[in-house]
Design a protein. Structure first.
Length: 269
């Protein structure tokens, strides 16, 4: 029985680990070939280590184990030229592009007066400008195809004013703006654009966000903003991958402009 994205080619940024690797594997399970991109670089402004080239190689192994093709490239979403070249190389090798998962991101935790210029700029450069650069790099190939699906990863922080995450909240709200505008601009080209909004996901990024409990302890009134309605603390990467798969598939052929929450009810509180 054909997979739900059988024969499609999907670009995924931040593909070396976490949600990105999960998206690559889940789409490959359902028949997609993958263009996997990751910067594989650390940031002085972020207190946890980023993915490595060895992590990206592991993503390649897991996709190839499913008997799907994959092209991996080290490219930084902050560098439009390098990103466009990486996407073009993948498209040339695999034969087109149908799906774009705009997933790369970083996050830090601190009160407003500890947000340095570097933290602010790096977060917006990766999470917002990087998202835009990915859309721009992918669009010529989607237009050549005559259809496509772009899925931008936002967050509950793209809907709620979560404290101690201001640069990330600003960037993820901006991602929603990109989605809403481009969903209208690309509709007549049969290119769908949606966002997915996870609650906390069990990834290295979440594990690296130390200090939140201490900050909430200083102002307990903020704690409820982060609480899920369903009785779980966080979701798994595959839970988000299933949403990306749906939005990428023909099952969602008339779904565009949607803010799809996979948040255990967090934004409904």
């Amino acid at each position: 029985m054909p997979g739900r994205v059988q024969g499609k080619i999907a670009l995924i940024t931040g593909a070396a680990r976490g949600q990105g690797r999960s998206h690559a594997v889940r789409l490959a399970e359902e028949g997609a070939d993958i263009i996997a991109v990751d910067a594989c670089v650390d940031y002085d402004s972020v207190g946890y280590a980023m993915a490595t080239e060895a992590d990206l190689d592991q993503t390649v192994k897991e996709v190839e184990a499913l008997d799907r093709r994959i092209v991996s490239r080290v490219a930084d979403v902050r560098d439009p030229a390098a990103l466009a070249a990486a996407v073009a190389e993948g498209v040339d090798q695999l034969g087109g592009l149908d799906v774009v998962s705009v997933n790369a991101g970083i996050c830090t935790v601190q009160p407003w007066d500890k947000v340095t210029p570097a933290i602010w700029q790096d977060t917006l450069d990766v999470c917002l400008t990087g998202a835009w650069n990915t859309v721009v790099a992918a669009l010529p190939h989607l237009l050549a195809r005559g259809s496509g699906s772009i899925v931008l990863t936002s967050s509950t922080a793209g809907i709620k004013g979560q404290p101690f995450l201001t640069p990330y909240v600003a960037a993820k709200h901006g991602v929603v703006g990109i989605m809403k505008s481009m969903a209208n601009e690309l509709a007549q080209k049969c290119i769908r654009v949606n966002t997915v909004h996870p609650t906390g996901v069990n990834t290295p990024l979440l594990a690296g966000l130390g200090g939140m409990d201490e900050l909430i302890g200083l102002d307990p009134s903020t704690g409820g903003i982060f609480v899920n309605s369903l009785p779980i603390e966080f979701v798994e990467p595959r839970d988000i991958s299933n949403a990306v798969l749906f939005l990428a598939s023909d099952e969602a052929q008339y779904v565009t402009g949607l803010e799809m929450t996979v948040d255990a009810g967090c934004t409904n509180r």
